[in-house]
Ligand binder design. Sequence first.
Ligand SMILES: CC[C@H](C(=O)O)C(=O)SCCNC(=O)CCNC(=O)[C@H](O)C(C)(C)COP(=O)(O)OP(=O)(O)OC[C@H]1O[C@@H](n2cnc3c(N)ncnc32)[C@H](O)[C@@H]1OP(=O)(O)O
Ligand SMILES: [Co+2]
Length: 149
Amino acid sequence: MKLGRLNHIGVATPSIEASIAHYRDVMGALKIHKPFDLEAQGVKVCFVDTPGEGGTFGTQIELIEPLGTDSPINGFLAKNPLGGQHHVCFEVADIDEARKEFEELGKRILGPTRLGAHGTPIFFLHPKDMQGILTEIMETPKEGSHWSN
Ligand SMILES: CC[C@H](C(=O)O)C(=O)SCCNC(=O)CCNC(=O)[C@H](O)C(C)(C)COP(=O)(O)OP(=O)(O)OC[C@H]1O[C@@H](n2cnc3c(N)ncnc32)[C@H](O)[C@@H]1OP(=O)(O)O
Ligand SMILES: [Co+2]
């Protein structure tokens, strides 16, 4: 396994609108993308860009609000009504290879590999097997991947 870029930090929120106001007015975020629904994943999503060195592209805050009664983040928000840090997402070169490696390590993988909010394949690893952190693994976008839409 080769740990790749920290693609985003997932932050659960009861209200993406209120969180957008926070990142815009309190945190001075320069680029907040348009929210969009990701029905297949049971969340509404909004990306907030954070700058890297010298103003380059850093990483993103991924705001997620429950979509529907069976959203996977309903349980988290029931325990954390204000919302909070929900998961981290690291990039890997090849999602299928990564999945196999984590399986061989005996880490519980939550559900199938599927297309995430960036339109690239992702899967999740159970927090109890990952030092208490719900960990999302995402394939670095590449041309012509067999996963492309
Ligand atoms: C994919 C689209 C987008 C993207 O980036 O592309 C996203 O990231 S969408 C993000 C939302 N989707 C998911 O989170 C899918 C994976 N998550 C799950 O399958 C569940 O949330 C799960 C299994 C992690 C937790 O399920 P639930 O909330 O029902 O709680 P449990 O009682 O089953 O939890 C068991 C145990 O884990 C602790 N827990 C739960 N959530 C987290 C968390 N986010 N971080 C750390 N620990 C977590 C929970 O407290 C329980 O521990 P216990 O000691 O037993 O209380
Ligand atoms: Co995510």
